[in-house]
Design a protein around this ligand. Structure first.
Ligand code: A3P
Length: 346
């Protein structure tokens, strides 16, 4: 058999093995999963291995990722919980990584937008009509590949978390009070017709109980935090608030971590500041590409691009949460983070 035929056979076998696993999940696992009221993409949110996933298609995507994702040492994976600034960091990482490839005047961020440039692993299976084509396209992307994921650390395939795999993660953490407010607005704007609107109070109860997309939020953060302490060269743990407060320092850290440190000449020429300007909330949110149309993640998940931009501020929770609500989230954070050495940004 030729090399090409072997490759095709291998991919067919992979697709069959995935199909079998997925059918087993649909048949044996999904009906047994705990359910709660859905936030936006369906009436129900499902608890799988301790975390809440918004749809069965995301579960399908996660299983696909666990089966088929073969990391390369050059891969950079942006790992986030929803609403921690994924869109912003996609832009920052892409612009930093590709700064010598593109002129500012014809930069792909201006024409394609952050999500189109940075594949989302959780729904990668839906990039093509057939699993097999998604497997092939995953393999054929040129290095260095940039991916994003919301998958909790404990659900990642061993192939990605093993120290020997070489791929690296950038994790973004944000204050849970801002996350909650951001998610509540996002869910109400993006919800499908079947999902009834959710009051702030109802959403708050769910969030505090950990029932939110990819939640419990605190467990998501702690998984990556602990892993980053064990493997600081593999996982760069950053805070949204730190990037807001001192973007120059943190874009430099990002550049070093992804193996593209700024040279002295680039520093002198203002390359860091240029990237910060290109990726700023003001710039990105005003681009036509980010204002119109929807981002399609799967056949059932399409989200208006403009919904990814709201205020982009630190501390907006003060405009929506009562003192009692704020105290309750702070108390949960104190309890959950106790002894971890982590403090949320303010
Ligand atoms: P707010 O709702 O608080 O404004 P994600 O991309 O993970 O879905 O996160 C969305 C949050 O990041 C929203 O927060 C959004 O406004 C904010 N955001 C988007 N682009 C940003 C940017 N360039 N700079 C800072 N924040 C940004």
């Amino acid at each position: 058999m030729s090399g090409q035929e072997n490759k095709i056979k291998e991919e067919e076998e992979e697709a069959i093995s995935f199909q079998k696993t997925y059918e087993k999940i649909m048949r044996d696992i999904i009906p047994t999963l705990p359910k709660e009221r859905g936030w936006m993409l369906g009436n129900h949110i499902l608890q799988y291995k301790g975390f809440w996933l918004s749809t069965t298609s995301i579960l399908e995507g996660v299983v696909f990722l666990q089966h088929h994702f073969k990391p390369r040492p050059t891969d950079i994976i942006l790992a986030t919980s929803p609403k921690t600034g994924t869109t912003w960091f996609k832009a920052l990482i892409f612009a930093t990584m590709k700064r010598t490839t593109f002129e500012l005047s014809s930069h792909p961020l201006l024409t394609t937008g952050p999500h189109g440039l940075f594949p989302f692993l959780d729904t990668y299976i839906f990039q093509n009509d057939h699993y097999q084509d998604s497997i092939s396209s995953l393999k054929s992307l040129p290095s260095p590949r940039l991916f994003s994921t919301h998958v909790p650390y404990s659900m990642l395939p061993d192939s990605a978390t093993d120290a020997s795999s070489g791929c690296r993660f950038v994790y973004i953490c944000r204050n849970p009070k801002d996350i909650f407010v951001s998610m509540w607005f996002f869910a109400n704007k993006s919800r499908t017709k079947e999902v009834s609107p959710m009051s702030l109070e109802e959403a708050f109860e769910l969030f505090c109980r950990g029932v939110s997309p990819y939640g419990p939020y605190w467990d998501h953060v702690l998984g990556y935090w602990k892993a980053s302490l064990e493997s600081p060269n593999k996982i760069l743990f950053l805070k949204y608030e730190d990037m807001k407060n001192d973007p120059v320092v943190h874009v430099r850290r990002l550049a070093e971590f992804i193996g593209k440190p700024f040279s002295a000449e680039e520093e002198r020429n203002g390359a860091v500041e240029e990237i910060i300007r290109l990726c700023s909330f003001e710039n990105l949110s005003n681009l036509e590409i980010n204002k119109n149309g929807a981002e399609r993640f799967s056949p059932e998940i399409a989200i208006d691009k403009s919904n990814f931009f709201r205020k982009g501020q630190v501390g907006d929770w003060k405009n929506y949460l009562t003192e009692e609500m704020a105290k309750r989230i702070d108390q949960i954070s104190d309890d959950k983070l106790y002894g971890s050495g982590l403090k949320f940004g303010t």
